[in-house]
Design a protein around this ligand. Structure first.
Ligand code: ATP
Ligand code: MG
Length: 355
C-alpha cells in the first residue's frame, strides 16, 4: 500500500497554529486506519522566508511540489510583505502551474452553528464551483490618456470555450456523482453581453449532455439576494472567476463565517497536485493568542482526504467537527471559550469514536 505524499505549507499568522491541528487529524487517521497513510513534508515558504531570501519560495519550489499527491495550505499574509507578493509569487504560481482551474467551496451549515437567519427549518447545504483560471481576472487591458481628463481604463475579460466547457463539465459530473438534480449557473448576460452570453451558450451546450440534471440560469444580482433569502434552494452553483469569488465569500458568511469555511483548488485531470486551504487569511489580529478556529483548516484537510479517495473518512471528520460543536467546544468566533488546541483535540477524540 502506497502512502499519500502530502506537502504542507503552514504559511503565516494563524496558519501554523491551525495547521498543527489539521496535521494531527491526518496522523490520527493513519493510526486508526492502517489503509490510509500520509507522508507529510512541511515547507516553510512564508513571509519570513521572503524577508530572508527576497522570494516566496525557492527557484525550484514548483518542481519540488509537483511530486506530491496533494498540497495542504495554511494562510499567507504579513504586514511586512505587500499582499500582491504573497499572492502573485506563491498562491497564483501554484494554481497556474498545477492547472487548478476549479475552485470548490462547500456552503454547508454544520449542525450547531448559528447562521444569520432565524426560523430555519432546513439546513443549508450546497456547493460553489468557481472557474479559477481565466475570465474577469485577466491582465489584459490598460490605461489610456493617463493624467488627462480623457483618461480611461480598459479591463478585458478573457473566456475561452475550453475554459467554460471544462468548468461546466466538472460541475455536471460532480452533480451526477452526488446524485444532485439541479445545477445553477450564475450569469449576467443581460448586461455583460459578450463574455456572459458566451458563458451561457457553452454551459447550455454542456448541460444537454446531462438530461437527467436540470440547469437553471440566474442573474448574479438576483442570485446574491437568493443566497440570503432562500439558500436552501441550491444544490450546486457554477460561476465565472469574479462571480464565483464574490458568491463564495457570501456563501461563507451565510453558513457561519471564515472560521468554518474550507476550499479546494482542484486539478481534475490529476496530472498535478490539487491544493486545499481555508478561506480565511493569516488573521494577524489574533495571531499567537491561541484562539484561532481550526475547523476551516481541518475541514480543508478533510476535502483533501476525500480527493485522495476516502469520502468515508471525510464524512467521519465532518461528523467529529459537528460532535465537538454539539459538546460546546468552540472558539470565540463561534461564541465559545475554547482554544485552538482544545477544539483540535475535541475533534480528534470524537473522530476516534466515529471511525
Ligand atoms: P488576508 O489578507 O490574509 O486574506 P484578511 O484581512 O482578508 O486577511 P482574515 O485574515 O481572513 O482576513 O481575517 C478576517 C477576520 O476574521 C479577522 O478579524 C480574523 O481574526 C478573523 N478570522 C479569520 N480566520 C479566523 C479563524 N480561523 N478563527 C477565528 N477568527 C478568524
Ligand atoms: Mg482576505
Amino acid at each position: 500500500m502506497s502512502k499519500h505524499r502530502i506537502a504542507v505549507l503552514p504559511g503565516d499568522g494563524i496558519g501554523p497554529e491551525v495547521m498543527q491541528e489539521a496535521e494531527q487529524v491526518l496522523s490520527l487517521l493513519g493510526e486508526v486506519d492502517p489503509t490510509f497513510q500520509c507522508d507529510v513534508t512541511a515547507f516553510h515558504w512564508n513571509s519570513d522566508y521572503y524577508l530572508e531570501h527576497n522570494r516566496m519560495m525557492p527557484e525550484d519550489g514548483l518542481e519540488r511540489l509537483k511530486a506530491f499527491d496533494a498540497i495542504l495550505f495554511g494562510a499567507i499574509g504579513d504586514s511586512r510583505v505587500p499582499d500582491h507578493v504573497t499572492v502573485w509569487e506563491l498562491i497564483m504560481p501554484i494554481r497556474k502551474k498545477f492547472d487548478q482551474y476549479i475552485n470548490y467551496r462547500p456552503v454547508k451549515q454544520l449542525k450547531g452553528i448559528r447562521t444569520p437567519f432565524k426560523d430555519m427549518n432546513q439546513m443549508i447545504d450546497f456547493s460553489i464551483i468557481r472557474e479559477n483560471a481565466e475570465g474577469e481576472y485577466s491582465n489584459s487591458g490598460g490605461r489610456l490618456y493617463e493624467g488627462t481628463d480623457r483618461e480611461l481604463a480598459i479591463q478585458n475579460t478573457v473566456m475561452t470555450r475550453e475554459g467554460i466547457k471544462k468548468v461546466s463539465q466538472f460541475t455536471f459530473e460532480y452533480a451526477r456523482s452526488k446524485g444532485l438534480k439541479k445545477v445553477t449557473s450564475a450569469t449576467k448576460s443581460n448586461a455583460v453581453i459578450h463574455s456572459m452570453n458566451f458563458w451561457d451558450e457553452v454551459v447550455n451546450e454542456v448541460s444537454s449532455d446531462y438530461p437527467d440534471i436540470e440547469m437553471e440560469r440566474i442573474y448574479i444580482d438576483a442570485l446574491a439576494a437568493f443566497f440570503v433569502q432562500k439558500p436552501q434552494a441550491f444544490e450546486v452553483v457554477v460561476a465565472s472567476n469574479l462571480f464565483g469569488d464574490i458568491l463564495s465569500d457570501l456563501g461563507s458568511a451565510v453558513v457561519g463565517g471564515l472560521g468554518v469555511s474550507p476550499s479546494a483548488n482542484i486539478n481534475p485531470s490529476r496530472d498535478y497536485p490539487s491544493m486545499f486551504e481555508p478561506v480565511h487569511g493569516s488573521a494577524p489580529d489574533i495571531k499567537g493568542k491561541g484562539i484561532a478556529n481550526p475547523v476551516a483548516q481541518i475541514w480543508s484537510a478533510a476535502l483533501m482526504v476525500e480527493h485522495l479517495g476516502r469520502s468515508d473518512l471525510h464524512t467521519s471528520i465532518l461528523q467529529a467537527i459537528e460532535d465537538s460543536i454539539a459538546a460546546g467546544v468552540t472558539t470565540p468566533d463561534l461564541g465559545g471559550k475554547s482554544s485552538t488546541k482544545e477544539v483540535g483535540s475535541a475533534i480528534r477524540n470524537h473522530l476516534k469514536i466515529r471511525i
